[in-house]
Ligand binder design. Structure first.
Ligand SMILES: [Zn+2]
Length: 162
């Protein structure tokens, strides 16, 4: 018997958040296109401004991580101080740098089990980091990393294993 109001000790489905869902759906879209399944969305007051996904495969663009694609799609913003960046996976050093540069105050992350990201750097610069530990995101990335080890290594600039 499960009690819906009890916090789960292990990873589960995160509470429904339309902005996070936009990021997740972008990751799924990328996966369906044969790309890397990482999605992101920029939101203001809970309203999605834009979403995007990793486009390394689709556009041959190594800089187009999910976060970068969402920020590009959002276009010019006078200020990011009232925005939240949602991403299915912990942000890498490049995306962390952009978050810091744009002074985005809050980042909501689907999971950090399959990639550590740069939480210490984000927090050291005053960025609030929320980790949902969403099991869908964990499974999506684990499956992708197992099926595409070379492509994953390329995206995080690691030498392929073996
Ligand atoms: Zn990145």
């Amino acid at each position: 018997m499960t009690h819906p109001n009890e916090p789960s000790a292990s990873a589960g489905a995160a509470p429904f958040d339309p902005a996070f869902e936009a990021a997740y759906q972008a990751a799924q879209k990328s996966l369906n296109e044969g790309g890397i399944p990482i999605g992101a969305a920029l939101a203001r007051d809970g309203v999605v401004i834009a979403s995007g996904h990793n486009e390394r495969v689709q556009s041959g663009d190594p800089i187009a991580h999910g976060e970068m694609s969402a920020l590009r799609a959002a276009g010019r913003q006078k200020s990011y101080r009232d925005t939240t960046l949602y991403t299915t996976l912990a942000p890498c050093a490049m995306c962390t740098g952009t978050i810091i540069q744009f002074k985005i105050p809050r980042v909501v992350v689907g999971e950090a089990r399959t990639f550590d990201g740069e939480f210490d750097l984000l927090r050291s610069r005053g960025v609030e980091v929320v980790v949902l530990d969403d099991q869908r995101c964990v499974e999506m990335m684990r499956t992708f990393q197992e099926d595409n080890p070379d492509l994953w290594a390329e995206d995080i600039a690691e030498e392929p294993a073996g």
